[in-house]
Design a protein around this ligand. Structure first.
Ligand SMILES: Nc1ncnc2c1ncn2[C@@H]1O[C@H](COP(=O)(O)OP(=O)(O)O)[C@@H](O)[C@H]1O
Ligand SMILES: [Mg+2]
Length: 340
C-alpha cells in the first residue's frame, strides 16, 4: 500500500479494510513495492506486521493512532492474500516480483489483471460497438490524427486527459472555438517528459457531467456500493481530490446492466475489486489499483463495506484451502456463488 504515514484516518479506505481484518483476528502486514527483494530465489519484502492486541477498538482513528508494528523481512508466499492498495501509476517491475508467487498467493487484483487494466486503455478497448456503455474514446500520441478527430467531431467540445492520470489531474475540455491553442496543448500533454512521449485520451464530452459522476465499487463482478460526486463550482472534475463533494446515489436499472456486463469481464481478467466511474450512465474509468470512497459510502448508507470485502476474502481462502494441491484462484472464482 501507499505509505502508512499518508493515511488520513477519518477518510482512508485501506485503513478500514485493515481494521476489519485485524478485528477478526487475521494477521495483517503492510509493505510498499519499494521494499520487495529476491534472495536465493525467494521473494521477500520488508514488512510492518501489526502487533496483535487483546481487543481491537471499533473507533478507526483510535485504531490508527494505537497501532503497533513489528518490522520484519517476510516471504510473500507465507501470506494467504495480498491486497494491492498502492496509488497509481503502477510500477510494472513490481509486478514481476509478484509473478513469482502468484500461483501460491491470492492477489487482489491478479497480477495479470493489474498489468492489463491499470490505465485508461482498458475501458477504451472494451468491446462496445454501439457505444451503449462507453463514450467515443480515442487513444493516441499522433498530434495530427488527434487534431483531425477534434475537427471532424460533430460536437463543439471534447475531453482531453492523460492516459495514466488519476485524481482528475490533467483532465481538460478542448473546444473547437479555441483551436489555435489545441496543437500546443496536445504537444504539451504528449511530450511533457523529455525523451518520452505519452499517449493521451480524447473522449466525447458527456452531457450532464456538470451534475457529477458516479463511483461504483465492484467486488467479484458485483456492485457493493455507490455514491455521486459533485464537482466544485467552476470545475469540470468531480474527483474528491479535486474538491468534489459526495451525495447518496442509488443505482438505476441501466447502471445495474452495465455493472453486470463489465463485472463479468472484470472477474475473468482477475479484477476482483474495482471502482467504476460513470457519467450519465456511461463508463469513463475503471480504477483497479486502490479505489477509495469506502468511508463516504459507509457514512451515506450506514453500511460497512469493509465487512463485505473481508467476507469475500475469507470465502476465497476457504476455497483455496479445499483445493490445496493445485490452486488457481482465477478458475475458482465463480461469479454467482462466491459472495453471499
Ligand atoms: N468524457 C467526459 N465527459 C465529461 N466529464 C468528464 C469526462 N471524462 C472525465 N470527466 C470529468 O473528469 C473527472 C476525472 O476523469 P477520469 O477519466 O475519471 O480521470 P481520473 O483518473 O483523473 O479520475 C471525472 O470524474 C469527470 O468529472
Ligand atoms: Mg476517475
Amino acid at each position: 500500500m501507499y505509505p502508512w504515514e499518508a493515511v488520513k484516518p477519518s477518510q482512508d479506505s485501506t485503513l478500514r479494510i485493515i481494521h476489519e481484518a485485524v478485528k477478526r483476528g487475521h494477521e495483517v502486514a503492510i509493505t510498499h513495492p519499494s521494499n520487495l527483494t529476491i534472495r536465493d530465489s525467494v521473494t521477500l519484502s520488508h514488512c510492518k506486521t501489526v502487533v496483535k492486541t487483546e481487543k481491537t477498538t471499533s473507533n478507526i482513528p483510535s485504531f490508527y493512532k494505537a497501532i503497533q508494528f513489528q518490522m520484519e523481512m517476510r516471504r510473500l508466499d507465507d501470506f494467504d492474500i495480498i491486497f494491492m492498495r498502492d496509488n497509481p501509476p503502477l510500477d510494472s517491475l513490481m509486478l514481476n516480483f509478484l509473478d513469482s508467487i502468484k500461483d501460491d498467493v491470492f492477489i487482489i487484483n491478479a497480477v495479470d489483471g493489474l498489468r492489463e487494466a491499470n490505465n485508461k486503455i482498458y475501458p477504451a478497448a472494451y468491446h462496445d460497438p454501439d457505444r451503449e456503455l462507453i463514450p467515443a474514446t480515442h487513444v493516441s500520441k499522433n498530434i495530427d490524427y488527434l487534431l483531425r478527430i477534434i475537427k471532424e467531431s460533430p460536437n463543439d467540445k471534447m475531453i482531453l486527459k492523460p492516459l495514466d492520470g488519476y485524481g482528475g489531474s490533467g483532465v481538460i475540455i478542448v473546444e473547437k472555438s479555441a483551436m489555435q491553442s489545441v496543437r500546443s496543448l496536445l504537444d504539451f500533454y504528449i511530450n511533457r517528459e523529455k525523451g518520452i512521449s505519452n499517449y493521451v485520451i480524447l473522449q466525447d464530452y458527456i452531457e450532464g457531467a456538470e451534475q457529477g459522476d458516479v463511483r461504483i465499487l465492484m467486488l467479484n463482478g458485483e456492485p457493493i456500493g455507490a455514491l455521486r460526486r459533485i464537482p466544485p463550482q467552476g470545475d469540470l472534475r468531480s474527483n474528491i481530490s479535486a474538491g468534489g463533494s459526495v451525495a447518496k446515489y442509488k443505482l438505476t436499472k441501466s447502471d445495474k446492466i452495465l455493472c453486470m456486463k463489465i463485472g463479468e469481464k472484470l472477474v475473468r481478467d482477475g479484477i476482483y475489486y474495482a471502482g467504476l466511474d460513470l457519467i450519465n450512465g456511461k463508463l469513463i474509468e475503471i480504477n483497479v489499483l486502490s479505489p477509495g470512497t469506502i468511508t463516504d459510502i459507509n457514512r451515506l448508507n450506514k453500511v460497512k463495506l469493509q465487512e463485505k470485502i473481508i467476507d469475500y476474502l475469507e470465502t476465497v481462502l476457504k476455497r483455496k484451502n479445499q483445493f490445496k494441491t493445485d490452486f488457481r484462484p482465477h478458475e475458482l472464482i465463480d461469479h454467482a456463488t462466491v459472495v453471499n
